[in-house]
Design a protein. Structure first.
Length: 343
């Protein structure tokens, strides 16, 4: 059908893509990225690729370790509550904690932000969280991709993916399966909540209770429910990396999707299994509420949620106590949850 403007030259903006908004976002991101700079990172944001100099970062015989992840349906809470400031921390955490489990120091990070219509204010909040996560992890935000794709996403919605590259000296690679033996101690580092896993079930439970995201959280009267459940994923790099370099850790497991049941065994050789004493710690209030409100069995809790444990490390029994004392002195709250046993 023709009309009065049928012959008017079309602009990309007419199809729903605003290049000016994208450029404005890049300008807003540049100081955030600069705040994450570290030795080895070169090049300016906006180039065709990010550069990193391993020699300048101090590595001698490095092995590169890469990882990628997202934050799953936790994004739906950000959309529902309008809280976008910390979801970027989750994105970084899910990636850097994974490469840390191989013994690697996260070096640089890239993000992918896709949306139907770019809302610069929202995107800036998301990227500010990504920059904060990078600062916590000691890695550089070297770049990323912002994709505006009209018709692909509902209004106000976006998707996120993160990509990290880390490095570890060859002699420090984890797990050290050849050194693991029966009786090695399992030390847990606490989570800050569900982190970024199990949120499809979380949303189903909240729906069942009839609660709204801005209602008082039943497990924390100081916070609204949505705010409490958006608590960002903890980043363990700075507290754990030094222990790896001191050669005190034999194995690490990042407790993500699959919970303790599926993730703790991933660091073990075939002849060993983690024997976890689930009575060794009190289930945090958020998980107690989720279990009660959803009538969830213990087994389902342990394979869906982290149940208060974000990272598990396997160590020699003789070093467990001094290692925990060191972690306590640095503000961590480690606790024993079991040992390695014959498979």
């Amino acid at each position: 059908m023709s009309g009065p403007d049928s012959n008017r030259p079309l602009l990309y903006r007419d199809a729903g893509v605003d290049i000016d908004a994208g450029e404005a976002l890049v300008d807003a991101i540049k100081p955030m990225a600069a705040s994450t700079r570290r030795p080895g990172a070169d090049g300016a944001l906006g180039g065709f690729g990010g550069l990193f100099d391993l020699k300048a970062a101090g590595f001698k015989d490095p092995v590169l370790v890469s990882g990628t992840d997202g934050v799953g349906t936790k994004l739906m809470l950000a959309f529902a509550t309008g809280r976008h400031e910390t979801i970027g921390i989750d994105l970084v955490a899910m990636c850097v904690n994974d490469v840390l489990a191989q013994g690697a120091e996260p070096l640089f990070f890239l993000d992918y932000f896709a949306t139907g219509k770019l809302e610069t204010g929202t995107a800036t909040k998301v990227v500010s969280g990504i920059a904060e996560g990078c600062r916590q992890a000691g890695c550089t935000l070297v770049g990323g991709e912002t994709a505006e794709m009209p018709g692909m996403y509902s209004a106000g919605h976006y998707d996120l993916a993160g990509f990290v590259v880390g490095a570890v000296e060859r002699t420090d690679l984890l797990p050290k399966t050849g050194d693991m033996k029966v009786g090695d101690v399992l030390i847990a580092l606490p989570s800050s909540g569900p982190h970024s896993n199990g949120y499809s079930l979380v949303r189903r439970i909240v729906e069942r209770t009839g609660l709204k995201w801005d209602d008082c959280a039943p497990f924390d009267e100081k916070l609204k429910l949505g705010e409490a459940l958006l608590a960002p994923t903890r980043i363990y790099v700075k507290s754990v990396l030094q222990l790896i370099r001191l050669k005190r850790i034999k194995g690490l497991a990042h407790i993500t999707g699959g919970g303790l049941t599926e993730n703790a065994p991933r660091m073990c050789p075939d002849h060993l299994v983690p024997k976890i004493d689930y009575a060794a710690w009190q289930l945090p209030p958020v998980f107690e509420w989720l279990q009660r409100a959803g009538s969830i069995s213990d087994g389902e809790m342990r394979r869906t949620f982290n149940c208060g444990v974000g990272m598990v490390m396997a160590v020699e029994p003789a070093v467990a106590e001094p290692l925990m004392e060191r972690l306590f002195s640095e503000g961590e709250a480690p606790f024993l949850i079991g040992e390695l046993a014959p498979a």
